[in-house]
Design a protein around this ligand. Structure first.
Ligand code: C5P
Length: 475
């Protein structure tokens, strides 16, 4: 039998259906069934026998079109808090991402937003009552709990969280949460004193242990005048992003079980307690590689010089200052299966580092004596024991890029080199894009693979994919 896609209907028809279904507290699909049923009931000539909307083939309330479109769908429980108004925006944000939303409003939530607004935005019937004969004739709360990909509670009030932590089920929201076999995401929102109360802390800990996802709360101003602190519900856009993350199908994890060690950023070599020698490395490329390797399932340690970047999620980040610190922390992080040296390590440090701030004197400029820093890449590549099976260096050059990179692979003893042109005109240093050439050993020959200009994240993903392929081949 042919199916009808509401989305493809004429805009005026859709608007009428939305209004009528919201007014009757039904989903748009249910409303269409009822209309068709009513139509046919009065016109027996349209079918062999009169068809009622509640006949066995198309019961008005049964079998809502969950997953009918093949899209993701969520049950959104709106709790009773001032942040409930943001949940209306959340519905819109989720629908933008092609996620169908069915809303449940607690009694308290209805003090802040109406079922009609939630229904008009979600284009679905809204549920409010555990003992609603219209939906509970076939245990509707169980369907709301199970026939979805995710249950979101926003705002998750202190009371709802307490009920969840203790397994209460005395209203529709808590009954759904107790009957759920789907992931649950809470977006807590409450006064900072309630959030910090020992009882809430215990409940939050219990819920986390139970595997419940949480986003927020954020810090900021409260609705109560002159109050601020942690307790504001995350913004709709943040919650929608967290939902998309949870719903994303699991990524392949080709580096699962592998230890990856990465260096990134510049090093700072002290001249005296307040001055140092540095370079323009932003650390972005190394951080992007760490994030990509982590996403591929690796256990990643990132040893970074001073940079203004956030720790990539799930990565062990060790912050260092100088080349010598970096070498010590790299050595301590061994063994590793793969080592990637993306840091722009200073070649030299000051031999006569001042213990006090150097002063201007009439004797002229103080002489700065430089000594060579340890070469971390060469040191690790030449290790007899604990040498990672795959060692990758970087070659940032401003001229004769490939020739210099080829010489470097031999001199340093690494397996691969990622060569990039860092002349100021390229904007690579500190920028978001990179043009790289991957040099790998091909027997005695060096193979050069030139990649097009890409974002540093794309370069990272490509490099990690290449590593994964090599690791797979050799295992
Ligand atoms: O010799 P150059 O600095 O051009 O070599 C670049 C490569 O060597 C990069 O992988 C960099 O991380 C690494 N390197 C290092 N220790 C140094 C200098 C460079 O690990 N002292």
């Amino acid at each position: 039998m042919a199916s009808l896609t509401i989305r493809k209907l004429d805009e005026t028809v859709k608007a009428y259906l939305r209004l009528r279904s919201a007014g009757n507290g039904r989903s748009v699909e249910e409303e269409v069934r009822v209309i068709l049923g009513e139509l046919i009931q009065g016109r027996p000539e349209l079918s062999g026998a009169p068809i009622s909307p509640s006949s066995a083939e198309a019961p008005a309330e049964a079998a809502p079109t969950i997953n009918a479109s093949g899209e993701r769908n969520v049950t959104l429980i709106i709790g009773g808090g001032i942040a409930a108004f943001k949940s209306l925006e959340l519905i819109r944000r989720l629908k933008e991402r092609h996620i169908d939303v069915r809303c449940v409003l607690t009694r308290a939530a209805q003090q802040f937003v109406t079922p009609l607004s939630a229904s008009a935005l979600s284009h679905e019937r809204v549920y409010t009552d555990l003992f609603d004969p219209g939906s509970e004739f076939d245990a509707g709360h169980i369907r709301l709990a199970r026939e979805c990909d995710l249950i979101i509670v926003a705002p998750a009030t202190a009371d709802l969280m307490a009920k969840m932590a203790h397994g209460h089920a005395d209203d529709l929201a808590s009954a759904i949460l107790l009957a759920a076999n789907r992931p649950i995401l809470l977006a807590p929102a409450m006064n900072p004193l309630m959030w910090n109360n020992a009882a809430t802390r215990r409940n939050v800990m219990q819920l986390r242990r139970d595997g419940i996802h949480m986003i927020g709360p954020n810090a900021g101003e409260m609705a109560e005048s002159n109050e601020a602190g942690v307790g504001r519900m995350s913004e709709a856009i943040e919650i929608a992003a967290a939902v998309a993350d949870i719903l994303r199908p699991p990524q392949p994890r080709p580096l699962a079980g592998k230890r990856v060690l990465i260096t990134a950023g510049p090093t700072h070599e002290a001249i005296d307690p307040v001055r140092y020698i540095a370079n323009r490395s932003s650390g972005k490329q190394g951080f992007a590689i760490a994030a990509a390797a982590q996403a591929a399932g690796a256990d990643v340690t990132l040893v970074s010089g001073p940079v203004d970047l956030r720790d990539p999620a799930g990565v062990t980040v060790i912050r260092v200052e100088s080349a010598r610190d970096m070498l010590h922390r790299v050595e301590a992080a061994l063994p590793a299966d793969i080592a990637i040296f993306a840091a722009a390590v200073a070649d030299w440090r000051v031999a006569n580092e001042g213990e006090q701030k150097m002063k201007k004197t009439s004797a002229g400029m103080p002489p700065l004596q430089l000594v060579e820093n340890p070469d971390i890449l060469a040191t690790i590549s030449k290790l007899k024991e604990k040498r990672p099976p795959l060692v990758i260096g970087f070659a940032a050059e401003t001229e004769h890029l490939i020739d210099n990179a080829k010489a470097k692979i031999a001199r340093k003893g690494c397996d691969w080199i990622v060569a990039n042109d860092v002349s100021p005109a390229t904007g690579v240093m500190g920028g978001d894009r990179n043009t790289v050439h991957l040099l790998t050993h091909d027997g005695e020959e060096i193979n050069v693979d030139s990649w097009p200009v890409m974002t540093k994240e794309q370069v990272a993903a490509e490099l990690v994919a290449k590593i994964a392929k090599t690791v797979e081949k050799s295992s």
